[in-house]
Design a protein around this ligand. Structure first.
Ligand code: TRP
Ligand code: SF4
Length: 405
C-alpha cells in the first residue's frame, strides 16, 4: 500500500478522434469538472494515442485537437484550476515511454485485454503494430510523468492503470536504490525536527519489526504533514519507511468513473463508431430529428397500442434527464396508450436542447476567440512541461543517462 502515490494529483486524457458528444459529457467531462474542485488536475489531448489507431488518415486528429479543448472549456473545465495540455507538445512523454519500454516485458503488454479485443473488434484497421502494442505503456508514461495519484478512467482502461502500477513497481525496484540512500534519508529526517523525527523512526521500527500497519499509517500521516521537505526527500522517506528504497515513480490508483447511462439514438451505447451520437455542437433541428426518429417499444405500432418503457430506448434518455414524477406520469401514459411517443420524446428533446444551449453559447464565444484558446493551451503546455522535465531528469539520472550534462 505504501508505494501508492500519496499526492493529490489527478491526470486524465482523451483521444482527439472526433466531435465530443453527450456520452463524453455525462460519462467523463462532468466528472472531470467535479474533480477539479478538490484535486490538482492535469487534463490532456492524447494525440499520440489517437495516432496508434488513426495512423492512415490523421486528418481527424488535426481537426479535433483544438475543438476538443474548446468543448472541454465550454462544458466547464476551468483552466484556472486545471492544467490543460496536448500530449505531443510535451516530447518528454515519448522519452519516458521509450525508457519504460526497456524494462517492460512483452508479455505484460500482450496480456492487456484491450490489445486483443480491439484488434478483433476493429476490422477495418491493421492494429498489429508496434505502436498499438505499446498503447498502454504510453499511457503509463503519461501518468507516471506527473506522478499522478489518481486517474479517472472508464472500466475499459482500468487494466492500463494496473499495468502502469506494475511498471512503476519494477522501475522503483531496479532504480530506487541510491548509493548514498541512507545518508540522504538521514539528512531528510533531520529536516523534520526533533520530535517528528523521533515519531517517524518509531513508526518505521514498529512497522518493519512487528508489521504494525497502524504504525505505517502514522508514518504516512506524519510525512504528509511535513511542509518543508522536498518531493524527492518525501519519496525517500516513504521508501525508507517500508524498506523498499526510494520510490521514484509512485503507483497511481484508478478512479473508476461510473459508466454513463447515456444511450445512443439507436439504443446501443452512445459512440461515434456506432453513428448514434448527439454531439455537444448538434443544432436544435438535428437534436429534434434524431430523437424523433428514434425507435421505441416495437409493440407500439399504432398510437393506440400500449407500450412498455423498459423495452424502449427513449426511456434510457428519460433516466438521465427526467424527474421521477414526470417519469411516473409518462410510464403510465405509455402503458395505457394515453400518451403518444412523439409527446413522450418531446420531453427529451427539450431537456437536451436546454442542456446544450449554454454549452453551445460558450463554444461560440471560444470559437470567436481562438487566440484566447491558444494561450490557454500554451500556458497549460508550459506548466505541464515544467513538471515533465523534472521527472525525466530524475529518470535519466537513475538510468545512467547523464551524457548530456
Ligand atoms: N487511453 C485513454 C482513452 O482512450 C486516453 C488516455 C491516454 C489516458 N493517456 C491517458 C487516460 C492517461 C488517462 C490517463 O480514453
Ligand atoms: Fe417509449 Fe415513450 Fe413511446 Fe413509451 S411512450 S414507447 S417510453 S417513446
Amino acid at each position: 500500500m505504501n508505494t501508492i502515490s500519496q499526492n493529490n494529483r489527478v491526470l486524465s486524457g482523451m483521444r482527439p478522434t472526433g466531435l465530443l458528444h453527450l456520452g463524453h459529457y455525462h460519462g467523463v467531462l462532468k466528472n472531470w469538472i467535479e474533480l477539479q474542485h478538490s484535486y490538482e488536475c492535469f487534463y490532456f489531448v492524447a494525440d499520440w494515442h489517437a495516432l496508434t489507431t488513426h495512423y492512415e488518415d490523421p486528418s481527424i486528429i488535426a481537426e479535433s485537437t483544438r475543438d476538443m479543448v474548446i468543448d472541454w472549456l465550454a462544458a466547464g473545465v476551468n483552466p484556472g484550476t486545471a492544467t490543460l495540455f496536448i500530449q505531443s507538445r510535451i516530447p518528454e512523454h515519448a522519452e519516458l515511454h521509450l525508457l519504460l519500454s526497456m524494462i517492460t516485458p512483452l508479455g505484460w503488454l500482450e496480456r492487456v485485454p484491450s490489445f486483443k479485443d480491439q484488434q478483433e473488434k476493429i476490422k477495418d484497421k491493421d492494429l498489429s503494430t508496434y505502436g498499438f502494442l505499446g498503447y498502454p505503456l504510453l499511457q503509463g508514461a503519461d501518468i507516471l510523468m506527473y506522478k499522478a495519484g489518481f486517474v479517472p478512467v472508464g472500466e475499459d482502461q482500468v487494466a492500463h492503470v494496473e499495468l502502469t502500477r506494475e511498471v512503476a513497481r519494477r522501475f522503483n525496484h531496479f532504480y530506487g536504490s541510491e548509493p548514498d540512500f541512507e545518508n540522504k534519508v538521514n539528512a531528510a529526517i533531520s529536516k523534520m525536527g526533533h520530535k517528528n523525527a523521533r515519531l517517524y523512526q518509531d513508526a518505521r521500527k514498529r512497522y518493519q519489526e512487528q508489521g504494525d500497519t497502524e504504525a505505517l499509517s502514522i508514518g504516512h500521516a506524519l510525512l504528509e504533514s511535513q511542509q518543508n521537505i522536498s518531493l524527492s526527500d518525501h519519496e525517500r522517506l516513504l521508501g525508507y519507511l517500508d524498506g523498499e528504497g526510494r520510490i521514484i515513480l509512485p503507483e497511481p490508483q484508478s478512479l473508476l468513473t461510473v459508466s454513463s447511462k447515456m444511450p445512443g439514438v439507436d439504443g446501443q451505447k452512445m459512440s461515434k463508431s456506432y453513428n448514434n451520437m448527439i454531439a455537444l455542437r448538434e443544432d436544435e433541428d438535428s437534436v429534434t430529428r434524431k430523437i424523433k426518429t428514434m425507435p421505441t417499444d416495437p409493440a407500439r405500432v399504432r398510437r393506440t397500442d400500449p407500450g412498455d418503457p423498459n423495452k424502449c430506448p427513449v426511456w434510457e434518455f428519460h433516466q438521465v434527464y427526467t424527474d421521477e414524477d414526470t417519469k411516473e406520469k409518462l410510464a403510465q401514459g405509455c402503458r395505457t396508450a394515453s400518451i403518444g411517443c412523439i409527446d413522450c420524446k418531446q420531453y427529451v428533446v427539450d431537456s437536451i436542447i436546454e442542456e446544450l444551449k449554454p454549452i453551445q453559447q460558450r463554444i461560440k464565444e471560444y470559437l470567436g476567440d481562438l487566440s484566447g484558446v491558444d494561450s490557454i493551451i500554451n500556458e497549460g503546455c508550459e506548466a505541464a512541461r515544467d513538471v515533465a522535465q523534472d521527472t525525466i531528469e530524475e529518470v535519466r539520472k537513475v538510468m545512467g543517462l547523464t551524457g548530456r550534462r
